[in-house]
Design a protein around this ligand. Structure first.
Ligand code: WTA
Length: 653
């Protein structure tokens, strides 16, 4: 960041400051100082205040088995109780919890007492199928009320859910089911997206047919009404079994460290990692960030556009808003159907006050608004908005400015929230009534989070110098383990390079030399971020080499105006190097293959064929070179050590 940009602060209005939970920069600094002075006291106090505990905890943080940290370990609670029962007890039973809008525009509203009833009945159905505390349940559902209900129902009985995004393939679903050893799968007949009814149960059937021995039953939610084959003795229509259940289900009180959920995400190897989250610490950060970052108020209508298949949908749809007694939108569809004004129309119709979305969505809607005046946000009344958020990838200053001006009317602060599946909630983010904003910067750490930028030895670098983003102290909502692979957990997040003392985020960052504000410079590992979705290059490479025609493959990212990054694959076929029409044909075939193996989001945008890949004499693929080729840049690197320099011409694309 240059010093020019540092002069371009956006300050919150007096009114925003006055009403905010964290009011003014001094209030933010006081919170940071409070945490610095007494770290455990800071978190312990808030855990007591914000969560209803069945058994209070006596110890805040247990570091005896670092980096397997424990928070509030002897306390007991239930997340579903904290989200639902306590709201009803507070008199919010008739308040709308969920406003569901379907792809076709159908609307359903669910109050807190309705939701408690639905969750209790669903939880009893899970119990009737033999699901017990600690069992894993895989959920493969579209955005729906049932998705939220199923997650809450698992939490209610102490089952650990693992959501698989509806865009993942049968193979990805089967891998995740088997890694988790799940006993039950919840899916639906299909999903409505962009005016089409897409199948889901048939993909689940394919996954199960490939061998998922731990699954004993499948609950099938009706959504599209598509004709659906049911396997006798295994598949059950969810509505039929739920209808028979009692609407009372005592919550299972679990230890604070009990795994609330697993969520698989991409890492540096070909195998996705099952990020394991806790109950107490996770819930605390979900609530605290709803209060400090989103400044949630009783009258707000909150809308997070993420899918429950990603961590954002977990923390800021299923858990955070409900634990705060908020009213929130659950949207089944896509931003461009029936037209690219859909988000703006929904904000207008439902009087949304807090809107949280991804930069990719913003960028594609900017383009649409430029091309089609009828879907320009100025055609809609967006005056209900008071706060905007961004998540999942860096937001470029131009998109930020457009969002601020055209959606926020120049009056709404934008919280650019940096966090990860592993962190459970926001890590570095502005607080709307406290932090002056700079477009493109996620600004300062959330109170109680000690983020830093270090060099390879773990030493903090001066502001203005790029480095590796780390977190210096454990925090309540952090990842607890990689399911079934504690060694990989330690290696990935608490590497020996930093003496096991620093949490390694996997991102690069730089702090502005004047303000100390953080800007995320992108992943430093082999993870790509395509439209805000994390993809491991190794995963895509494994999928490619599993194709019968492929001998070798290397995958890299290249910057993309719309999707942030785009996937580029360099492929060596077993036969001759294809050219012309043949190359185009194989390219399509391989794209579809990756779509089938992992899911459409993993399809390479560009595939280049070579007779070989650029390698050092010791046989190492030169990825930096491939990244330059993918971008179409001049090769600046010395290529004299290459085994076969002539190959570069073939791969130029
Ligand atoms: C990136 C999503 C810049 C980052 C919540 C991180 C961001 C990865 C931001 C995690 C942001 C997320 N600015 N980059 N505001 N938010 N990222 O696990 O590279 O799907 O490591 O969690 O997204 O993606 P994940």
């Amino acid at each position: 960041m240059t010093s020019e940009t540092t002069q371009k602060f956006y300050y919150p209005s007096e009114e925003v400051v006055k009403n905010a939970a964290v009011s003014g920069m001094e209030a933010y600094k006081a919170l940071v100082a409070e945490a610095d002075k007494d770290y455990e006291g800071f978190w312990g106090k808030r855990a007591k205040e914000l969560i209803d505990w069945q058994t209070p905890f006596t110890q805040v943080l247990d570091e005896s088995n670092a980096p397997f940290f424990k928070w509030f370990a002897d306390g007991k609670l239930n997340v579903s109780y904290n989200c639902l029962d306590r709201q009803v007890q507070k008199g919010l039973g008739d308040k709308v919890a969920l406003i569901f809008e379907g792809d076709k525009g159908d609307i359903a509203k669910v109050t807190y007492s309705d939701l408690l009833t639905r969750v209790s009945k669903f939880a009893n159905a899970l119990k009737a199928q033999g699901v017990k505390k600690g069992d894993r349940v895989v959920i493969y559902l579209p955005m729906s009320i049932e998705g939220v209900v199923a997650m809450q129902a698992c939490a209610r009985i102490g089952a650990t859910h693992s959501i698989v995004f509806g865009g993942f393939s049968a193979q990805s679903l089967a891998d995740r089911i088997n890694d988790a050893g799940a006993v039950l799968l919840i899916t639906s007949d299909g999903q409505n997206r962009g005016g089409k009814a897409l199948p889901l149960k048939s993909i689940a059937d394919e996954a199960l047919a490939s061998g998922c021995p731990t699954i004993t039953s499948v609950l099938v939610v009706k959504r599209t009404g598509a004709e659906t084959a049911m396997v006798a003795g295994r598949d059950i229509w969810a509505d039929e079994i739920v209808a028979q259940m009692s609407d009372v289900c005592e919550p299972e009180w679990v230890e604070a460290e009990h795994p609330l959920f697993l969520l698989y995400t991409s890492g540096s190897t070909g195998k996705p990692k099952g990020v394991q989250h806790s109950t107490g610490g996770y819930l605390l950060h979900a609530i605290l960030t709803m209060q400090y970052t989103f400044d949630i108020k009783p009258d707000d209508v909150f809308w997070c556009t993420a899918d429950i298949g990603w961590v954002t949908g977990h923390t800021y749809i299923t858990y955070g808003p409900l634990a705060c007694g908020a009213t929130e939108i659950v949207f089944e569809g896509v931003p461009t159907y029936p037209d690219a004004g859909r988000f703006w129309k929904m904000i207008q119709d439902h009087k949304v006050s807090i809107f949280y979305t991804a930069p990719t969505a913003i960028r594609s809607l900017i383009k649409a608004a430029d091309n089609t005046p009828a879907v320009h946000p100025k055609q809609y009344d967006l005056t209900s908005l008071r706060l905007l958020g961004s998540v999942g990838e860096p937001i470029n200053p131009a998109a930020w400015e457009w969002y601020h001006e055209n959606i926020g009317g120049g009056r709404c602060p934008i919280v650019d929230t940096f966090w990860q599946t592993e962190t459970g909630g926001h890590m570095i983010t502005p607080l709307p009534g406290a932090t002056p904003l700079i477009p493109g910067s996620c600004t300062l750490p959330f109170p109680g989070i000690q983020a830093a930028v270090v060099d390879e030895t773990g030493t903090e670098v001066p502001w203005g110098q790029g480095g590796i983003l780390v977190v210096k102290r454990p925090w309540p909502s952090m990842i607890r383990n990689i399911w079934g692979d504690p060694e990989r957990f330690v290696k990935s997040y608490y590497p020996a390079d930093f003496q096991g003392k620093l949490y390694l985020a996997g991102d690069g960052a730089i702090r502005d030399k004047d303000t100390g504000y953080f800007t995320i410079t992108g992943r430093i590992d082999d993870v790509l971020n395509v439209s805000g979705h994390r993809m491991g290059t190794m995963e895509i490479e494994s999928a490619l080499v599993a194709h019968e025609k492929v001998a070798e493959a290397a995958v890299v990212g290249r910057p993309d105006d719309l999707t942030g990054e785009a996937i580029v694959a360099f492929v060596v076929l077993k036969g001759a190097r294809p050219t012309g029409d043949e190359a185009a044909k194989v390219l399509k075939e391989l794209q579809n293959w990756v779509g089938q193996e992992i899911g459409p989001i993993a399809k390479p945008k560009d595939i280049r064929f070579g007779e070989n890949l650029p390698k050092t004499r010791s046989g190492k693929i030169m990825r930096r070179l491939l990244r330059q080729l993918a971008k179409g840049e001049e090769i600046t690197q010395d290529t004299s050590t290459l085994e076969n320099p002539a190959i570069l011409d073939q791969l130029k694309g």
